[in-house]
Design a protein around this ligand. Structure first.
Ligand code: PEP
Length: 262
Protein backbone atom coordinates (compact mmCIF):
# COMPACT_ATOMS: atom_id res chain seq x y z
CA UNK A 1 0.00 0.00 0.00
CA UNK A 2 1.43 3.38 -0.97
CA UNK A 3 2.49 5.59 1.91
CA UNK A 4 0.85 8.99 2.21
CA UNK A 5 2.61 11.43 4.50
CA UNK A 6 0.35 14.00 6.10
CA UNK A 7 1.83 17.35 7.11
CA UNK A 8 -0.06 20.08 8.99
CA UNK A 9 -0.43 23.20 6.84
CA UNK A 10 -2.80 25.89 8.05
CA UNK A 11 -2.82 27.59 4.63
CA UNK A 12 -4.69 24.66 3.07
CA UNK A 13 -8.46 24.21 3.02
CA UNK A 14 -8.32 21.07 5.18
CA UNK A 15 -5.46 22.21 7.44
CA UNK A 16 -3.00 19.61 6.20
CA UNK A 17 -1.31 18.49 3.03
CA UNK A 18 -0.76 14.92 1.88
CA UNK A 19 2.43 13.92 0.10
CA UNK A 20 2.04 10.80 -1.98
CA UNK A 21 -1.67 11.27 -2.57
CA UNK A 22 -3.36 12.35 -5.76
CA UNK A 23 -1.92 15.84 -5.95
CA UNK A 24 1.48 17.39 -6.60
CA UNK A 25 2.81 19.28 -3.57
CA UNK A 26 4.77 22.49 -4.13
CA UNK A 27 7.58 23.23 -1.68
CA UNK A 28 9.37 26.48 -2.42
CA UNK A 29 11.50 29.12 -0.76
CA UNK A 30 15.06 30.27 -0.44
CA UNK A 31 17.96 27.88 -0.44
CA UNK A 32 19.06 29.52 2.79
CA UNK A 33 17.34 31.75 5.31
CA UNK A 34 19.24 35.04 5.20
CA UNK A 35 17.00 37.63 6.86
CA UNK A 36 13.42 38.18 7.98
CA UNK A 37 12.68 40.37 4.97
CA UNK A 38 14.13 37.89 2.47
CA UNK A 39 12.22 34.98 4.00
CA UNK A 40 8.85 36.66 4.49
CA UNK A 41 8.89 38.26 1.03
CA UNK A 42 9.59 34.88 -0.53
CA UNK A 43 7.06 33.05 1.64
CA UNK A 44 4.28 35.44 0.71
CA UNK A 45 5.08 35.18 -3.00
CA UNK A 46 5.27 31.39 -3.11
CA UNK A 47 2.09 31.00 -1.04
CA UNK A 48 0.24 33.26 -3.46
CA UNK A 49 1.18 30.91 -6.30
CA UNK A 50 0.48 27.43 -5.09
CA UNK A 51 3.16 26.51 -2.55
CA UNK A 52 1.94 24.95 0.68
CA UNK A 53 5.36 24.18 2.14
CA UNK A 54 8.14 26.71 2.69
CA UNK A 55 11.72 25.55 2.28
CA UNK A 56 14.74 27.31 3.77
CA UNK A 57 18.05 26.15 5.20
CA UNK A 58 19.06 27.28 8.69
CA UNK A 59 21.83 24.72 9.22
CA UNK A 60 23.54 24.52 5.85
CA UNK A 61 26.00 21.94 4.65
CA UNK A 62 28.72 23.64 2.66
CA UNK A 63 31.26 21.97 0.41
CA UNK A 64 33.76 24.66 1.36
CA UNK A 65 34.28 25.45 5.05
CA UNK A 66 34.41 29.11 3.99
CA UNK A 67 30.96 29.02 2.37
CA UNK A 68 27.88 30.40 4.14
CA UNK A 69 26.64 27.91 6.74
CA UNK A 70 23.33 29.46 7.69
CA UNK A 71 21.78 31.37 10.57
CA UNK A 72 21.25 28.33 12.77
CA UNK A 73 18.69 28.81 15.54
CA UNK A 74 17.87 32.37 14.38
CA UNK A 75 17.01 30.92 10.96
CA UNK A 76 14.73 28.32 12.54
CA UNK A 77 12.93 31.07 14.46
CA UNK A 78 12.39 33.02 11.25
CA UNK A 79 10.96 29.93 9.56
CA UNK A 80 8.54 29.49 12.46
CA UNK A 81 7.59 33.15 12.14
CA UNK A 82 6.86 32.67 8.44
CA UNK A 83 4.70 29.65 9.28
CA UNK A 84 2.79 31.63 11.90
CA UNK A 85 2.32 34.53 9.49
CA UNK A 86 1.31 32.64 6.35
CA UNK A 87 0.24 29.15 7.45
CA UNK A 88 2.81 27.42 5.24
CA UNK A 89 4.34 24.22 6.58
CA UNK A 90 8.13 24.38 6.98
CA UNK A 91 10.84 22.06 5.69
CA UNK A 92 14.43 22.57 6.76
CA UNK A 93 17.59 20.50 6.95
CA UNK A 94 18.89 18.74 10.04
CA UNK A 95 22.54 17.72 9.93
CA UNK A 96 23.32 16.05 13.24
CA UNK A 97 21.52 13.61 15.55
CA UNK A 98 21.81 16.07 18.43
CA UNK A 99 19.96 18.77 16.45
CA UNK A 100 16.93 16.58 15.64
CA UNK A 101 14.88 17.62 18.67
CA UNK A 102 15.74 21.31 18.25
CA UNK A 103 14.90 21.40 14.53
CA UNK A 104 11.70 19.42 15.19
CA UNK A 105 10.49 22.23 17.46
CA UNK A 106 10.46 24.64 14.51
CA UNK A 107 9.93 22.47 11.41
CA UNK A 108 7.11 20.34 10.05
CA UNK A 109 9.39 18.26 7.84
CA UNK A 110 13.01 17.32 8.55
CA UNK A 111 15.24 17.33 5.48
CA UNK A 112 18.20 14.99 5.29
CA UNK A 113 20.59 16.32 2.68
CA UNK A 114 22.46 14.43 0.02
CA UNK A 115 25.69 14.50 2.06
CA UNK A 116 24.00 12.77 4.99
CA UNK A 117 22.00 10.10 3.22
CA UNK A 118 24.21 7.43 4.74
CA UNK A 119 24.72 9.09 8.13
CA UNK A 120 23.23 6.17 9.97
CA UNK A 121 23.23 7.79 13.41
CA UNK A 122 21.20 10.66 11.96
CA UNK A 123 18.84 8.27 10.17
CA UNK A 124 18.31 6.34 13.43
CA UNK A 125 17.57 9.53 15.32
CA UNK A 126 15.01 10.89 12.85
CA UNK A 127 13.59 7.37 12.80
CA UNK A 128 13.00 7.63 16.53
CA UNK A 129 11.09 10.88 16.04
CA UNK A 130 7.70 10.78 14.41
CA UNK A 131 8.43 13.75 12.17
CA UNK A 132 7.90 13.66 8.40
CA UNK A 133 11.32 13.28 6.78
CA UNK A 134 12.47 14.16 3.28
CA UNK A 135 15.44 11.92 2.51
CA UNK A 136 17.47 13.25 -0.36
CA UNK A 137 19.34 10.86 -2.59
CA UNK A 138 23.06 10.74 -1.95
CA UNK A 139 24.87 12.33 -4.87
CA UNK A 140 26.61 9.04 -5.64
CA UNK A 141 24.04 6.66 -4.26
CA UNK A 142 22.44 3.83 -6.16
CA UNK A 143 18.67 3.60 -5.80
CA UNK A 144 19.09 0.44 -3.73
CA UNK A 145 21.38 2.25 -1.26
CA UNK A 146 18.91 5.14 -1.07
CA UNK A 147 16.00 2.81 -0.33
CA UNK A 148 18.05 1.04 2.33
CA UNK A 149 18.84 4.41 3.91
CA UNK A 150 15.09 5.06 4.01
CA UNK A 151 14.68 1.66 5.60
CA UNK A 152 16.88 2.81 8.53
CA UNK A 153 14.27 5.47 9.33
CA UNK A 154 11.34 3.10 8.84
CA UNK A 155 13.00 0.42 10.94
CA UNK A 156 13.02 2.75 13.95
CA UNK A 157 9.26 3.14 13.64
CA UNK A 158 8.94 6.40 11.71
CA UNK A 159 6.80 5.68 8.65
CA UNK A 160 6.66 9.30 7.44
CA UNK A 161 9.42 9.10 4.87
CA UNK A 162 9.47 10.97 1.55
CA UNK A 163 12.27 10.39 -0.95
CA UNK A 164 13.75 13.25 -2.98
CA UNK A 165 15.63 12.90 -6.26
CA UNK A 166 18.11 15.79 -6.38
CA UNK A 167 20.50 14.77 -9.11
CA UNK A 168 23.51 12.50 -9.08
CA UNK A 169 27.16 12.90 -9.93
CA UNK A 170 28.09 11.87 -13.46
CA UNK A 171 30.81 12.81 -15.94
CA UNK A 172 28.57 15.63 -17.23
CA UNK A 173 29.62 19.11 -16.15
CA UNK A 174 27.12 21.26 -18.08
CA UNK A 175 24.83 20.86 -15.09
CA UNK A 176 25.75 20.85 -11.40
CA UNK A 177 24.27 17.36 -11.04
CA UNK A 178 22.50 15.05 -13.45
CA UNK A 179 18.78 14.77 -12.68
CA UNK A 180 17.99 11.08 -12.77
CA UNK A 181 14.38 11.36 -13.85
CA UNK A 182 14.13 7.63 -14.35
CA UNK A 183 14.63 7.26 -10.60
CA UNK A 184 11.06 8.52 -10.13
CA UNK A 185 9.27 5.67 -11.93
CA UNK A 186 11.90 3.19 -10.71
CA UNK A 187 11.18 4.15 -7.10
CA UNK A 188 7.44 4.12 -7.74
CA UNK A 189 7.83 0.57 -8.96
CA UNK A 190 10.06 -0.63 -6.12
CA UNK A 191 8.77 1.25 -3.11
CA UNK A 192 5.59 2.36 -1.35
CA UNK A 193 7.20 5.67 -0.38
CA UNK A 194 6.34 9.02 -1.97
CA UNK A 195 9.02 10.67 -4.09
CA UNK A 196 9.54 14.35 -4.85
CA UNK A 197 12.08 16.08 -7.03
CA UNK A 198 14.51 18.98 -6.50
CA UNK A 199 15.29 20.53 -9.88
CA UNK A 200 17.24 23.40 -8.27
CA UNK A 201 19.97 21.28 -6.69
CA UNK A 202 19.48 18.85 -9.56
CA UNK A 203 20.55 21.26 -12.26
CA UNK A 204 22.37 24.14 -10.56
CA UNK A 205 20.99 26.58 -13.15
CA UNK A 206 17.76 28.53 -12.79
CA UNK A 207 17.03 28.45 -16.52
CA UNK A 208 16.77 24.64 -16.33
CA UNK A 209 14.45 24.47 -13.34
CA UNK A 210 11.19 24.91 -15.24
CA UNK A 211 11.92 22.16 -17.78
CA UNK A 212 13.04 19.71 -15.10
CA UNK A 213 10.02 20.55 -12.93
CA UNK A 214 7.65 19.77 -15.78
CA UNK A 215 9.59 16.62 -16.64
CA UNK A 216 9.56 15.47 -13.00
CA UNK A 217 5.81 15.87 -12.73
CA UNK A 218 5.35 14.00 -16.00
CA UNK A 219 7.58 11.22 -14.64
CA UNK A 220 5.28 10.86 -11.62
CA UNK A 221 6.85 13.06 -8.94
CA UNK A 222 4.61 13.65 -5.92
CA UNK A 223 6.00 17.12 -5.40
CA UNK A 224 8.65 19.69 -6.23
CA UNK A 225 11.23 21.35 -4.00
CA UNK A 226 12.20 24.60 -5.68
CA UNK A 227 14.56 27.41 -4.64
CA UNK A 228 13.24 30.97 -4.96
CA UNK A 229 14.94 34.21 -3.92
CA UNK A 230 13.77 37.85 -4.19
CA UNK A 231 17.18 38.78 -5.57
CA UNK A 232 19.18 35.69 -6.57
CA UNK A 233 22.17 37.79 -7.68
CA UNK A 234 22.68 38.75 -4.05
CA UNK A 235 21.92 35.37 -2.49
CA UNK A 236 24.44 34.20 0.09
CA UNK A 237 24.17 30.67 -1.29
CA UNK A 238 23.21 28.97 -4.54
CA UNK A 239 21.88 32.10 -6.27
CA UNK A 240 22.61 30.61 -9.70
CA UNK A 241 19.97 27.94 -9.21
CA UNK A 242 17.39 30.11 -7.43
CA UNK A 243 14.37 31.32 -9.38
CA UNK A 244 13.36 34.95 -9.14
CA UNK A 245 9.84 35.47 -7.87
CA UNK A 246 8.78 36.26 -11.45
CA UNK A 247 10.31 33.01 -12.71
CA UNK A 248 8.54 31.10 -9.96
CA UNK A 249 5.23 32.66 -11.04
CA UNK A 250 5.99 31.64 -14.61
CA UNK A 251 6.77 28.08 -13.51
CA UNK A 252 3.44 27.91 -11.72
CA UNK A 253 1.67 29.18 -14.82
CA UNK A 254 3.34 26.40 -16.82
CA UNK A 255 2.14 23.87 -14.24
CA UNK A 256 -1.42 25.03 -14.90
CA UNK A 257 -3.46 21.89 -15.44
CA UNK A 258 -1.43 19.86 -12.94
CA UNK A 259 -3.51 18.95 -9.87
CA UNK A 260 -1.72 20.73 -7.06
CA UNK A 261 -2.30 20.15 -3.35
CA UNK A 262 -3.83 23.37 -2.03
C1 PEP B 1 19.32 21.96 0.06
O1 PEP B 1 18.24 21.58 -0.42
O2 PEP B 1 19.42 23.00 0.75
C2 PEP B 1 20.53 21.16 -0.15
C3 PEP B 1 21.69 21.47 0.41
O3 PEP B 1 20.31 20.12 -0.97
P1 PEP B 1 21.20 18.83 -1.25
O4 PEP B 1 21.35 18.14 0.06
O5 PEP B 1 20.38 18.09 -2.24
O6 PEP B 1 22.50 19.31 -1.82
Amino acid sequence: KDTIVRVPAACTAQGYVEIGGQNVVMMAGPCTVESEKQLLTTAEAVLEKGAVILRGGAFKPSTSPYGYRGMGLEGLKLLAKARDTFGLAVITEVMTPTDVSLVSEYADILQIGTRNMQNYMLLDEVGRSNMPVVLKRGMSAKIEEWLLAAEYILAQGNKNVILCERGIRTFESATRNTMDLSAIPVVKNLSHLPIISDPSQGTGHRHLVEAMSLASVTAGSDGLLVEVHPNPEEALKDGAQSLTIGQYQQLMARLNGVALAV
